[in-house]
Design a protein around this ligand. Structure first.
Ligand SMILES: C[S@@+](CC[C@H](N)C(=O)[O-])C[C@H]1O[C@@H](n2cnc3c(N)ncnc32)[C@H](O)[C@@H]1O
Length: 268
């Protein structure tokens, strides 16, 4: 009988290489489950920014509908590239990038007919000024040790005037247990503790990593990378959404933000 080791959850330091390796392995192993659990909510060709269900068709954070047609758009941490499918339907030319091969296989399964690129967000395999827009719905940014490096890479591949919009777990959630019920409403850890959340195997090797940045850190990251912050959107939990997604739930969503969406621009 093969005994599967239950990873140990801890908070400890972890660097870029270990984080990237852990993400690639975890998402390759868990892509099937992620897509079967969340695929219906995400929709095969919708652009959903997070568990609240905010839809780009209504939010228009990348710009008004006519501004998408003919635009080169890079989606980072695309998963099954549902967002890119929606962008393609608007007449944009998306490229979907993810570190996980298995996630990109799901993009093929649901019918992506645009370029899919397996690469790390910290080293984008594109020439300077290749894209008009870049976006990411919970992709890559929460999982990297050096978010400024990702921001700089995104700025490099954007053309002047380009927009970069990304969503992450709202930083306030790090102070609370990741539970959908009332136990997830009591502060249990310091919001200011940036020590990463790590799940590790029996040899102490990280198999899953998430990195915490405070709201101020995230603002500094985008500004340090040379972006202008245009907006910071904290979607409210809508009445229609009854679903729980991990620690995101209607109960908590009515009281505290669960997602932060940063809208940034490269001026020159
Ligand atoms: C929570 S999923 C989000 C996927 C998709 N955007 C969605 O909304 O379903 C996070 C994605 O980020 C990808 N990812 C994690 N670290 C990455 C990295 N360093 N570079 C590129 N992609 C990464 C994962 O493989 C995974 O597909």
């Amino acid at each position: 009988m093969i005994q599967e080791y239950e990873p140990e959850a801890t908070r400890r330091a972890t660097g870029e290489a270990e984080s990237s390796r852990a993400s690639r392995g975890w998402w390759d192993r868990n892509a099937d489950e992620y897509q079967s659990e969340h695929g219906a909510f995400l929709g095969d060709d919708r652009f959903v920014w997070g568990p609240e269900g905010l839809d780009e068709a209504e939010a228009r954070l990348l710009g008004p509908a006519p501004a998408l047609a003919g635009r080169d758009v890079l989606e980072i941490g695309a998963g099954a590239a549902q967002c890119s499918r929606w962008l393609a339907a608007q007449g944009a030319r998306p490229v979907a990038l993810d570190v996980s091969h298995r996630q990109l296989q799901h993009a093929l399964r649901i019918g992506a007919d645009f370029p899919l690129v397996q690469a790390d967000a910290g080293a984008l395999p594109f020439a300077d000024g290749s894209f008009d827009l870049a976006c990411s719905a919970y992709g890559a940014v929460p999982f990297v040790a050096d978010p400024v490096r990702v921001m700089r890479e995104v700025r490099r591949v954007l053309r002047p005037g380009g927009r970069w919009v990304f969503s992450v777990t709202h930083p306030i959630r790090w102070a609370l247990p990741d539970e959908p019920g009332p136990e997830g409403l009591t502060v249990a850890a310091s919001y200011f503790d940036r020590t990463p959340y790590v799940e590790q195997d029996e040899h102490g090797r990280a198999v899953y990593v998430e990195h915490h940045r405070t709201l101020g850190d995230r603002v500094r990251d985008v500004v340090t990378a040379g972006f202008r912050l245009v907006d910071l959107v904290e979607p409210e939990w809508p009445q229609w959404n009854r679903q729980e997604w991990g620690g995101w739930s209607p109960l908590r969503g009515r009281l505290i933000p669960g997602t932060a969406i940063f809208v940034c621009e490269r001026d020159h």
